[in-house]
Design a protein around this ligand. Structure first.
Ligand code: ZN
Length: 269
């Protein structure tokens, strides 16, 4: 799969992986945003796969190329990200070209992220965790939530790739993934029937996770235990709602339903 350079935020260094030909700006139902390629796969690949299977357009913006990762390289991570995107069936995956470890939740970075939110006009944003082991995760989680609000203010001016002003857009919902640290989920999505595909997407990151023949240094996430623990976590989350596997999300705004019947889970009834 080709990585198409230079189609992102004007003036930035970007790589875009368009899995469909780029025509007019594509509206997405769900846009998932996180700092490092592989964050999305670990935290919400199952949910993205489920929505893609419903025929809904999903996409990903990775804020950085994960170039500070101990194993592999930024370039390799982008290739692995493209392969994983294909497994998850996302329509688009872009890289915002921010600096791994050093991006900040400041105006410059916020304007860059607002550009992507307005470009894809998602109804739902899945964001990084609000606090986590890796400081990039929490910082990104806060920045993404801030930008989802700011993107809706029409006096915050940003430009599209063709130089035209972008329209204000505020996603209806922001759900934060649960990443390394356990958080109590506010809502849980059953991913039992797509769990194998989720693991296949994760295994696309050959440079990051356990590979017996790798000569690179062992890291926190490259031990054989890491992927096992991820499976246990998704199984335990599933146990909370009576399913085999699930992904949990944290919401700053409590989700509502029209009536209690929408919460009746057929398998539990
Ligand atoms: Zn990460």
């Amino acid at each position: 799969m080709a990585l198409l350079p230079g189609t992102g935020f004007p003036g930035g260094t970007h790589n875009s992986v368009f899995l469909q030909p780029e025509t007019s700006p594509m509206k997405l139902h769900i846009l998932a945003i996180a700092p490092h390629p592989d964050d999305i796969e670990l935290g919400c690949a199952g949910t993205l796969i489920r929505h893609a299977r419903k025929g809904q357009a999903t996409g990903i913006v990775d804020l950085t190329a994960g170039e500070l990762g101990t194993r592999g390289s930024g370039e390799l991570r982008l290739q692995e990200a493209a392969a994983a995107a294909k497994v998850m069936g996302v329509a688009v995956r872009e890289n915002a070209g921010m600096a791994d470890g050093f991006f900040r939740n400041d105006e410059e970075h916020q304007r860059r992220l607002i550009y992507y939110i307005r470009k894809y006009q998602p109804d739902i944003v899945i964001a990084a965790a609000l606090s986590d082991r890796h400081p990039d995760h929490g910082r990104a989680g806060r920045m993404i939530a801030d930008c989802c609000f700011l993107a809706g203010l029409r006096k915050v001016e940003t430009k599209a790739e063709d130089g035209q002003p972008q329209q204000a857009w505020r996603p209806k919902r922001v759900f934060h993934m649960i990443q390394d640290r356990m958080h109590t989920p506010d809502i849980i999505v059953d991913i039992s029937d797509v769990f194998e595909e989720k693991m296949e997407a994760i295994r696309c990151y050959k440079s990051q996770f356990h590979a017996p023949d790798s000569e690179e240094p062992q890291t926190y996430i490259s031990t054989p235990e890491f992927l096992k623990q991820l499976e246990y976590r998704d199984a335990l989350t599933g146990k909370l709602i009576g399913t085999a596997y699930a992904e949990g999300f944290v919401c700053e705004n409590i989700p509502g339903v029209r009536d209690l019947d929408q919460l009746i889970y057929p398998e539990l009834a």
